[in-house]
Design a protein around this ligand. Sequence first.
Ligand code: ADP
Length: 518
Amino acid sequence: MANTDSSTGALPPGISAAQFDQALAKFRALLGPDLVLTDEEQIAPYTKIMVAEETEKHMPGAVVLATTVEQVQGILKICNEFRTPVWPISTGRNFGYGSAAPARAGTIILDLKKMNKIIEVDPVLGTALVEPGVTYQQLHDYLSENNIPLWLSCPAPSAIAGPLGNTVDRGVGYTPYGEHFLMQCGMEVVLADGEVLRTGMGSVPNSNSWQVFKWGYGPYLDGIFTQSNYGVVTKMGMWLMPAPPAYKPFSIRYEKDEDIDLIVETLRPLRIAQVIPNAMVFANVMWEAATIIPRSKYYDGKGVTPDSALEEIKAREGIGAWNVYAALYGTPEQIEVNWAIVKNAVEASGKGRIITQEEAGDTEPFKYRAALMKGDMTLQEFGLYRWRGGGGSMWFAPVSVAKGSETVAQMNLAKAILNEHGLDYVAEFIVGMRDLHHVVDVLFDRSDPEETQRAHACFSKLLTEFGKRGYAVYRVNTAFMDQAADLYGPTKRAIDQKIKRALDPNGILAPGKSGIDI
Ligand code: ADP
């Protein structure tokens, strides 16, 4: 690890230790010494990655914490002067996608967690304007303390993650508002040159419609500040769902792996017609099991979990090969009508056992799924990390059309590649408006260098083989950003780079993010 006089972090490429020390001195003068972290113990929490690469490859140069927009502007000015790159994070819980660490060693982390004001919630319009450090738990508490009947939509690590970071990385949740970027409205962005842009209606002096009309006038810009490195987002508007008078979560259990085809064909029409309005989930046996038990309860050997163990888990833990979680929302009368439609569709398909909340009672995993589908806080899904243990996790999330035939082909391909590398197929499908996010958790023992190498090779092969068949991921961890960007072809990459050069000519913002650099 390259050290400077005043930081134990890594040096950014092309920067001398003396230059780096000068930049750090300027950061200290701007922010005060407490907001510039350079000691090993201070940096350590930011280096806890789960991806299959050495920690050193993602070692930050230092960490700077901003508390105001003016400080963010000041930080970027220093970065331009000394060519020291920064990696902005909001709550920094991007587990399985790189956690808080940068794509490249030596990048300084710009931690925005101290900018954590809930600036406004409009209970009538169901809108909120938040700063980067606001967590879902904080917003959840704010709504309940103020008796505001609005629901959140959050990803599985809900409580500790935050809406701004999750949305700018185009994360998804499980409620009818589960496509988070669709429900985002208006941003404030500090550009690399220090300019502050408010998108959409936010550019209009005295406008009060920043959080209600997404598009503004002229080219729509919010999209270029998601999954990118073109600016630091310092405020974000979002829409919140009115709490419905009634809520009915349910599960449907299917016995065979191949049933996934029928599941999609049965439920897609209900999703598109908004009878089932939420981003429902189809979780496979291992995903279900991992959220409630460690693998060692049924198998404590190495390599792939044997089918015999999976059959035992299904029988003894009451888990299906595929487990659907969906919900109905509305007045009791609306729910009654829609419930009849759902039941008829499942019965007509000839397969699937419906489980209601009354039947499931207080048991997991139904309980945490019911919480997620109403935007409640739960950390139950962290059980996935106990499945094999050892702290390795990378999400492989190819997108496909919501057709049954696609799912079987994708399932078989993913399983074959994972098993060939001694790893398990732990997967769920999240149903979007017309698409499926096929989310596979590539779990491995990161404390074992040989298994880590295998997981790396496995992930690379997953990207390549899916790519050959026209499937690409919607988001990826910091170790594979270039490879994922290649799947989208040279024209897209060239345009990403042209925009980068125009907005950030010194390349100081998050080099390597989504495969983009100057
Ligand atoms: P969460 O904790 O909600 O998962 P993070 O804070 O880890 O979200 O953010 C996820 C990713 O999004 C980061 O790694 C970074 O690439 C990007 N990001 C987060 N916050 C910002 C921001 N304020 N401006 C620009 N990009 C951001």
